[in-house]
Ligand binder design. Structure first.
Ligand SMILES: Nc1ncnc2c1ncn2[C@@H]1O[C@H](COP(=O)(O)OP(=O)(O)OP(=O)(O)O)[C@@H](O)[C@H]1O
Ligand SMILES: [Mg+2]
Length: 229
């Protein structure tokens, strides 16, 4: 069973649904893949990630996560499926400014079952991203690269098999971005979680086993490649 399966996804915006953004996207992501998604600004990349995460259910076609049709689930079941399956990383980190690093990272435990051991798990994932000892800082006391690492740690908290990343290096300088991508490479190697990374960063293409390009509301190219070490 595929981890993520889009069939003929169509998405429109506007008061009368007059703006067609996605016009028939077919895309399947298997467990453990590393997929880079390119496409011009406005081509619908973020829209597609929102659908994949079950955050947007107003589309046509079928979107399945782990074989389960996202739109036909109850809100509660869809949220539960997202929590157990998906970790998300955004361009602007989306951390809660007044919360400590530890609280931000263990945010998923606020909603899920797992509250016991949340602090220990937070320390574990913070160590994975090279931020041991940062538990009690606030986001404002961190650099952009460190904030993004906190966001990555939060995404890893529940050990999801799928990481959806929307321009994760978009707000970072070259060097800091490279370090975050190196972290992705390491996490992918260690956890074999699948990555879908929406990006304008050509370096992501070099580490991805597959490069998908959106254009005209569809998958314009879908290229598999050898990964350079
Ligand atoms: N909530 C919304 N209401 C109306 N139009 C929207 C909405 N969200 C997105 N759009 C439109 O849908 C199109 C695709 O947006 P999307 O954010 O998915 O693009 P993108 O490929 O992620 O672009 P970028 O590379 O700039 O992030 C854009 O034309 C955008 O204006
Ligand atoms: Mg976008």
């Amino acid at each position: 069973m595929a981890l993520l399966e889009f069939k003929e996804i169509e998405k429109r915006f506007g008061p009368r649904d007059e703006v067609a953004v996605l016009r028939g996207v077919d895309l399947t992501v298997e467990e453990g893949e590393f997929v880079a998604v390119f496409g011009p600004s406005g081509s619908g990349k973020s829209t597609l990630l929102n659908i994949a995460a079950g955050l947007d259910t107003r589309y046509r076609g079928s979107a399945k996560l782990r074989g389960r049709d996202l739109r036909s689930l109850s809100d509660r079941a869809r949220t539960e499926l997202r929590r157990s399956t998906v970790g998300m990383v955004f361009q602007m980190y989306h951390l809660v400014p007044d919360w400590t690093v530890q609280a931000n990272v263990s945010l998923p435990s606020l909603f899920g079952e797992r509250v016991d051991g949340a602090a220990a798990r937070a320390r574990e994932v913070l160590a994975k991203v090279g931020l041991e000892g940062f538990e009690h800082r606030k986001p404002v006391e961190l650099s952009g690269g460190q904030r993004q690492r906190v966001a990555v740690a939060r995404a890893l908290f529940s050990s999801p098999p799928l990481l959806l990343c929307d321009e994760p290096t978009g707000a970072l300088d070259n060097e800091t971005g490279a370090a975050v991508l190196e972290l992705f490479r390491k996490i992918h190697e260690e956890t074999r979680a699948a990555f879908v990374v929406v990006t304008h960063d050509e370096r992501v293409a070099n580490m991805a086993g597959r490069v998908v390009t959106l254009g005209d509301g569809k998958v314009a190219r879908d290229e598999r490649r050898e990964v350079r070490a």
